[in-house]
Design a protein around this ligand. Structure first.
Ligand code: NAI
Length: 246
């Protein structure tokens, strides 16, 4: 139980990769705050974890809203008494060719994927600074590293997360807070389930390990980056992509 007595906030944790991360951290002893815009699903997920005798508390929040983020972080501190870990996982896509992309589609993807992480880092760092310790992981994407036709907004937001990760890592290092990013490749989730079969096969052809990744494999990378085995690692991007990019 390497995270015993620790408190972890995970955004977008009602389903998918965020849920897998929450479950993994909880099984290592952390109390987890399940933060999601889908409050009903967040409650179901927290209940599922509680049935495993893990400590999980659901919170409804749109990460794009700085006021809501601040309120939820305060509520977590009052409910669970500390914040040791923050995982900025909430993310969305609004794909389309640049020429046809609506400014609102650009803004919404940035508001959730990038500003959402800024909102939570800004609010949660106060408690971490008080504790003089903390670990933050931002979930980026390989698309933030290599770009992708039809995903200019998503790619730019995920690349932006890497700049945010490195700047925050430099800013917080003297105060004992580490900040890293995980860049998943092609992972089997509800987000990728909706892709056309042809697109899936195209992506898989570029993976040397010759298969899609699982949510649990992303969760393992996050656990490493928030746990005691990575205490000398900050400002890094860990790719979980089967060798897609090297
Ligand atoms: P998903 O769509 O299955 O889950 C995303 C969760 O975030 C949902 O529970 C949703 O309700 C929540 N969410 C959406 N907007 C929100 C908001 N404004 N405020 C709070 N919560 C919000 O997605 P998935 O596949 O689990 O992805 C999780 C993260 O991993 C995302 O950041 C995604 O960009 C990233 N990623 C996923 C990959 C994949 O292959 N699935 C590959 C690379 C990165």
């Amino acid at each position: 139980m390497i995270l015993k007595d620790q408190v972890a906030l995970i955004t977008g944790a009602a389903r998918g990769i965020g849920k897998a991360i929450a479950a993994r951290l909880a099984r290592e002893g952390a109390s987890v705050a399940i933060i999601d815009i889908d409050g009903e699903q967040a409650r179901k997920t927290a209940l599922e974890l509680e049935c495993e005798l893990l400590r999980a508390v659901p919170y409804t929040c749109d990460v794009a809203d700085p006021g809501e983020a601040n309120k939820v972080v305060k509520k977590v501190v009052s409910d669970l008494e500390r914040i040791d870990i923050l995982v900025n996982n909430a993310g969305i896509t609004r794909d389309g060719l640049l020429m046809r992309m609506k400014p609102e589609e650009w803004d919404l993807v940035f508001a959730v994927n990038l500003k959402g992480a800024f909102n939570f880092i800004r609010s949660a760092c106060r408690q971490m600074l008080k504790q003089r310790a903390g670990a933050i992981v931002n979930i980026s994407s390989v698309i933030g590293l290599i770009g992708n036709a039809g995903q200019a907004n998503y790619s730019a937001s995920k690349a932006g997360l890497l700049g945010l990760t490195k700047s925050a890592a430099k800013e917080f290092a003297p105060r004992g807070i580490r900040v890293n990013a995980v860049a998943p490749g092609f992972i089997e989730t509800e987000m990728t389930a909706v892709l056309p079969e042809e697109a899936k096969q195209g992506w898989l052809a570029s993976v040397p390990l010759n298969r899609a990744g699982s949510m649990e494999e992303v969760a393992s990378a996050v656990l490493f980056l928030v746990g005691p085995d990575s205490e000398y690692i900050t400002g890094q991007v860990l790719q979980v992509d089967g060798g897609m990019i090297m």
